[in-house]
Design a protein around this ligand. Sequence first.
Ligand SMILES: [Zn+2]
Length: 432
Amino acid sequence: MRLARGRPTSDAAAVSSRARVVTGPVVADRGLVAVSGSVSWDDAAKDELYVAVEARHGRLLGASPESLLLGVLPAASSRGTAAIQVDKPVDPLLLDGLEVIQEYHRIWYGLPPVAVEATPARAAVAGPRGTGLFMSGGVDSMASLWRNLRRYPVGHPGRVTYALFVDFVGPAHLADLDGQHRRATTQRAGWLTGAMAEMGVTLVPVVTNFRVLDGYEFGTDWTRHSHGTLLAAVAHAFGPALSRVLIASSYWAGRLEPWGSHPLTDPRASTSSMTITHDNEQARRLDKLRQLVDWPAGLALLDVCSFWRERERPDVNCGRCEKCQRTMASLVAVGVEPSGLASFAGLDVSPGTIAAINRLGSNGLRGAWGDIQDQLPAERHALRRAVALLLARDRVATPLQRRLGRRALAVAKYVRGRTVAQRAGRRGVQDR
Ligand SMILES: [Zn+2]
């Protein structure tokens, strides 16, 4: 876990380091079209950068120094790079916003800010363009889409017309994709396409290597630091087609904590011609599910599982992980029997399955289970009692974990941070 290892800003090598971003053209590679570019690091390593879609969606993409700058920023930050130099002018609203985003990351995680060296752009893209939304198939993005479609009439520029389904872990080189998306992307996008098309929304599968640039660890770097920045990076590649992109909120406004996508930081990744909106944080997760009850086709496709890589059937959630259990218990609380949905077919939430949940470990999760406990119907008293026991067990465990765990975690972070830094120093970023 590298976030908290706290690099010293007085380190001479770190202060002098500079990443150089070069904006490339929109390129075609067999069946794919991509916004391209590269970043050179001080250790002479050079990484290719791309955001690619199938050729039929190629007209949506445009070269964007802002996309590449945002795509490189988290990796530069975790490498301790002092500055990013961009070869093309960058919108001044984003230059302002990056100072704000990085100040939050300094306060939350102790990450020193990376300076951006770029000429402020004089003009912004104009003309009628539409609204997009990042679609993962989870509760947050489904609820944001459904809410948007009910509020904004057809033809309104604020109505979502494109849902971006992003594979963030594309290979290092565009050519390695063989002109097509990876099979898992095509498969998952295929299930969503029909439900989106019925609502007049085009699902656009996207692949980029932004996330693998720095080998992010999912539970720390990606979730807590990078994912809002990198979603915005992808949004900016769609400048010719979109003027606003929605990022569905991860958390309810009443339970905010430092997080990679946050209402204080996401909007600051906007430019004068592309607004990034952190959407629907006024709703709790149960409220979002309650909204989705009116959209059975969307509800049937819910993909929430933490074990999506490992599970046996890609079209059905695992049913065992905490997130699956929490979503199934939430569905019961809003009056939907989860086993009746295709994506939870044959799966069960019961006092036994809830008792098997290991621990929650965050106030956000404890709050979400507390909401479920409050709203489970009276006739499901056994389930309600199981949730109460889960919460009680978690409260008992936490002070002990705080005392014993903190010291062990600090040592692990330090050792891990040193190992990563040493490996990077020897072999360059590709090996991390
Ligand atoms: Zn699961």
